[in-house]
Design a protein around this ligand. Structure first.
Ligand SMILES: NC(=O)c1ccc[n+]([C@@H]2O[C@H](COP(=O)([O-])OP(=O)(O)OC[C@H]3O[C@@H](n4cnc5c(N)ncnc54)[C@H](O)[C@@H]3O)[C@@H](O)[C@H]2O)c1
Ligand SMILES: [Zn+2]
Length: 351
């Protein structure tokens, strides 16, 4: 078992990572108050049996699968159920599911009786390396994604890679794009492990190593910039400016990780053209993405519209578009304003 601590003074917490951890989930849950597990029907069918071993007073609350969980209506419904079953300030919410469940359950925990403990138990790779760590919670609004939320750090994050066995391949690949991102922005060993391990052999123990390395990077960035207002967490957006625009314009036909994979390649090409990295960096990146089964070329979408969507991206300040550009594999990236012409030309080259 590996433990990484997120040092945030009174809000500090451990991230524990190990195969088989959830078989003894009850041993790892803090406190001794009542527990409300928030999950989805799909996860409950697969893993509901794990709750039997908790051996405490538990309420199971099921919410819709995917983004549909992240609505005001669901928040109201869940709050009603928590009140109905007598959850109090000493109780703990356990978020058992992907990033959508984690975001919703974290938000509910942040407002229930002015805030109670939440333990994140992510079941997707994206949840394990990204969304379960860092305390950002949110639901969606008709005007946009994640527009309503709070910062509410979990009191613990419990990561068991055995959940990945049942995760659909495409979701695993999507999460792998984020692990490649961490490799590029901070830790070349992550990149090397994925390069050297046959994908079919990404056994739980290898995943523990990869996830622990990614979680450690995110933990460090969160410690330095808890509320994401100092620009330090910005490097986590590597590949995301282009990625979001492709996700949006493809109406999510291209999923998050796939968009990020393509976006990492676009940013690497811009960095290459600015003389910040040599051409071998992109060759290595493309080889790795290809090996994982992720796309790295720009799909057949309008380049003008892509640039237009980037303008609306949160990183566009005073009408200018900012990119996270790599400076090498495992090297700290830089944040630069990039002209529309340069972006369009890189997109065209990779289309
Ligand atoms: N809070 C943050 O810092 C942060 C960061 C990144 C993303 N997010 C949010 O995370 C969400 C995306 O999360 P996600 O990619 O985990 O998607 P998700 O929660 O929708 O899960 C993806 C799919 O996998 C299924 N699933 C989950 N675990 C499974 C398992 N072990 N076996 C089989 N099926 C399983 C789910 O039912 C779902 O259909 C978005 O809403 C995004 O905004 C939040
Ligand atoms: Zn992402």
């Amino acid at each position: 078992m590996r433990t990484i601590s997120v040092g945030l003074g009174a809000r500090s917490y451990p991230i524990i990572i190990g195969t088989g951890l959830v078989d003894r989930l009850g041993d790892h849950l803090p406190g001794n108050g009542k527990i409300a597990v928030i999950s989805t029907p799909i996860i409950n069918d697969l893993y509901g049996y794990l709750l039997e071993s908790i051996g405490r007073d538990i309420e199971l609350i099921l919410v819709p699968d995917g983004e549909e969980a992240k609505t005001w209506e669901t928040v109201e419904e869940v709050l009603g159920k928590l009140l109905g079953c007598g959850l109090d300030r000493k109780s703990t919410i356990v978020a058992l599911g992907g990033g959508t469940v984690g975001d919703l359950a974290g938000f509910v925990a942040s407002i229930y009786m002015r805030g109670i403990d939440v333990v994140q138990v992510p079941t997707t790779l994206l949840g394990m390396v990204d969304s379960a760590i860092g305390g950002k919670t949110a639901v969606n609004h008709p005007k946009g994604k994640n527009l309503v939320g709070s910062f509410h750090q979990p009191s613990k994050v419990i990561i068991d890679p055995l959940f990945l066995k049942s995760l659909p391949d495409r979701e695993v690949r999507s999460g792998m794009a984020e692990t490649v991102k961490y490799g590029v922005i901070s830790d070349k060993v992550i990149f090397q492990i994925i390069e050297e391990t046959p994908i079919a052999d990404l056994e739980p123990e290898t995943m523990v190593e990869i996830i622990a390395r990614c979680a450690a990077i995110k933990a460090k960035l969160v410690e330095q910039d808890e509320r994401d207002d100092k620009g330090i967490r910005a490097s986590l957006n590597y590949g995301h400016t282009t990625g979001h625009s492709i996700e949006t314009l493809s109406k999510h036909g291209v999923n998050h990780g796939e968009g990020v994979a393509i976006g990492m390649n676009v940013a690497a090409l811009i960095a290459e053209e600015m003389g910040m990295v040599g051409s071998e960096m992109r060759a290595r990146l493309e080889r790795l993405l290809n090996k994982i089964g992720l796309p790295f070329n720009v799909p057949d979408l309008s380049i003008e519209e892509m640039v237009e969507v980037m303008h609306r991206d949160k990183k566009a300040e005073d009408g200018r578009i900012r990119f996270v550009l790599p400076t090498g594999i495992g090297e700290e990236p830089v944040l630069r304003y990039i002209s529309e012409e340069t972006i369009a030309s890189a997109l065209r080259e990779l289309q």
